[in-house]
Design a protein around this ligand. Structure first.
Ligand code: FAD
Length: 482
């Protein structure tokens, strides 16, 4: 029996490849502690959908630890006060945790590290969240990357560290330490709006592992060609498990690499590379956030600092509710509200619609996604919105505006996705479903649709909105020259 070691659990709610837990168990008696502290997250405390997920994930993690003979101590309130109290009660020889990378968290973690060190406690921190930590990849001159392809190339020359073995046993410290229950954290909404989310997800560590296995068996081999088509659902849906640290990207990376080597299949290798490339996008998002800490609120590209945005409550509400009159946009926004998830291609179309067609600031869209996504992740969300706004890490030399009609015709050709989420359009023939406002009256009648009543007219006209966005962009460029 060794001495106790506090393991401060955060975005690492898992037994597989959890280095802080693993090393604490090796070096002494691991005492896992979770502290729910909204202030620690500053303005990025969890949104409603993420709170629901955390409730499930934490309950699952608590029960997994219990089954292995251990106990997860749950507390809420100020992090340092809670840690301080626990240090006093448990008298650990050290405190271990897995690192986080959001700028405001890095700053607070450094304070915690100083305070614990001043108590003569050994502090050890580990990487559990990324393939490559933000400072591991740099340009020759030491600067961070701003372009994905160059970043990706650089990552291919670096090794990804090996995962640590799965935790199989805990031992308990002798004294009983007080813990709150997961329900005490009051993460679930008082009005139950989460029933479709509940039906959609199994938010446990094993749920994530099963989903990965299913992806591997049924979807991986068509990932590259299928991932852009929302109705095909050829993507993995693993993002919330990564966001809460229930899955380790490093485990998936090494597993796929090994499988590709043993299978000797060029097509498996190609598909798994495409999938792993997305995990590198995730790392890139953290690289950018870490090195450009203001990008959650300010443009990465300073050209966009003075972009003239519109305030339009009615348009913003129509977008949030999936009532814009553009079926693909509305389908995406309704999928998000009902399931806490939206397909990546549709995220691009809906976010572009908000910032380009409606000229509403990307920060407002990012905030809505933050509240409603079960995979809300500060790095990925910031990267996604800045990329779409044109103010982020995008190598395209032009002002990209997604056309919600042609995107719909191309990526949801048979309108299966639209029909799933916008059922009032279900009887409309596919020729018209991507732009219902062009449907002849008799066809609308037959389909039981009354535009403006059962489904809205478009809130802005596409060509005019596109022209307005381009005009804003050209004005901005011109103002830089004067
Ligand atoms: C405006 C906007 C906002 C976004 N907000 C988030 C967010 O809050 N949280 C989030 O996890 N993703 C976000 N994304 C990225 C992407 O849409 C999701 O990661 C993806 O749809 C998750 O589905 P999946 O797990 O099936 O992905 P898969 O295609 O199966 O990809 C595997 C994993 O790679 C990572 N990944 C995939 N695409 C991206 C990407 N473009 N950027 C960074 N990582 C990626 C995710 O961790 C994902 O789980 C956003 C994209 C946009 C355009």
């Amino acid at each position: 029996m060794g001495e106790p070691i506090l393991v401060w659990i955060r975005k690492d709610l898992r037994l597989v490849d959890n280095p802080a837990l693993f090393h604490a168990l090796k070096d002494g008696i691991a005492v896992p502690v979770y502290i729910y502290d909204e202030d620690y997250e500053r303005e990025w405390s969890l949104g409603g959908a993420s709170k629901w997920w955390l409730h499930q994930a934490l309950s699952d993690f608590e029960s997994s630890i219990h089954k292995l003979g251990g106990k997860l101590i749950i507390r809420y309130g100020d992090t340092w006060s809670q840690l301080h109290e626990l240090i006093h009660e448990i008298k650990p020889k050290a405190i271990y945790w897995n690192r986080r990378y959001e700028p405001h968290i890095v700053e607070k973690d450094q304070q915690i590290e100083r305070m614990t060190s001043s108590k003569k406690l050994d502090v050890k921190t580990f990487n559990a969240h990324l393939l490559h930590e933000p400072w591991e990849i740099a340009q020759k001159n030491g600067n961070p990357y701003k372009v994905f392809t160059a970043y990706y190339k650089a990552t291919q020359k670096q090794l990804v560290s090996n995962p640590v073995p799965k935790i199989t046993q805990f031992s308990k410290i002798e004294r009983d330490v007080y813990t709150e229950s997961v329900s005490d954290l009051k993460l679930l909404p008082t009005i139950n709006w989460t029933h479709t989310i509940e039906k959609t997800w199994n938010a446990t560590e094993n749920g994530g592992i099963s989903l990965f296995k299913q992806f591997l068996k049924q979807k991986m081999m068509s990932y590259e060609s299928g991932r852009d088509f929302p109705a095909k659902s050829i993507h993995s849906s693993l993002s919330p498990y990564f966001a809460f640290g229930q899955l380790s990207p490093r485990v998936l990376y090494h597993y796929l690499l090994k499988k590709a080597q043993t299978m000797h299949s060029a097509s498996f290798q190609r598909q798994s590379e495409q999938f792993l490339r997305q995990l590198v996008w995730r790392d890139f998002a953290y690289h950018l956030l870490y090195h450009f800490p203001d990008t959650t609120v300010s443009s990465l590209n300073p050209l966009f600092t003075n972009f003239k945005w519109e305030k339009h409550e009615k348009h913003f509400n129509a977008w949030k509710k999936g009532q814009t009159g553009y079926p693909l946009v509305d389908a995406g926004m309704r999928q998000l509200w009902q399931t806490g998830f939206m397909h990546n291609r549709v995220r691009m179309v809906t976010s572009s619609f908000l910032v380009k067609h409606l000229l509403i600031h990307w920060k407002e869209g990012a905030q809505w996604f933050w509240d409603t996504l079960v995979d809300a992740d500060l790095a990925n969300n910031t990267l996604g919105w800045q990329w779409i706004a044109g103010s982020g890490a995008d190598a395209a030399p032009y002002f990209r505006i997604f056309n919600p009609i042609t995107q719909s015709e191309k990526f949801d050709h048979d309108a299966e996705y639209i029909k799933m989420w916008v059922p009032e359009l279900r009887n409309l023939p596919n020729t018209y479903i991507h732009k219902p406002w062009e449907t002849p009256q008799n066809v609308l009648n037959e389909a039981g649709i009354q535009l403006g009543e059962t489904y809205p007219f478009p809130i802005v006209e596409h060509k005019a909105a596109r022209a307005r966005a381009l005009e804003r962009y050209h004005e901005l460029k011109a103002s830089q020259k004067t």
